[in-house]
Design a protein around this ligand. Structure first.
Ligand SMILES: [Zn+2]
Length: 110
């Protein structure tokens, strides 16, 4: 399961930051254009934090909507899929500006 390996990676990063202190809250940025399935992510999270510093941490997920800019006409628009076309001219030559984030935004330790 791809979500589980992502969760494990996040736990590694957070554990390193926390330096042995129990974690109270973790806020993640997860872009809407990532392939992460939130339900699976949540399941994996609950399983993986057992016995770690994150065991009692509250998880806050900050969803970042997909935004792109058209390289043909310069239009900036919201996208829900990486392969969406420009809403202005229909071109597929777009640059994704945001929505592919996957990172730890902040954490609170005790
Ligand atoms: Zn365009």
């Amino acid at each position: 399961m791809h979500e589980l390996s992502i969760v494990m990676g996040i736990i590694d990063v957070v554990t390193e930051y926390a330096q042995g202190a129990p974690v109270k809250e973790v806020t993640l940025d997860i872009g809407c254009l990532t392939t992460i399935e939130l339900f699976a992510f949540d399941m994996a999270w609950k399983q993986a934090i057992k016995g770690t510093l994150l065991e009692s941490a509250a998880l806050d997920i900050n969803r970042i909507e997909g935004k792109a800019m058209c390289l043909e006409c310069g239009e900036e628009f919201t996208i829900t899929e990486v392969y969406d076309a420009c809403t202005g001219c229909g071109s597929h030559l777009i640059r994704i500006a945001q929505g592919k984030e996957l990172k730890v935004r902040s954490l609170i330790i005790y």
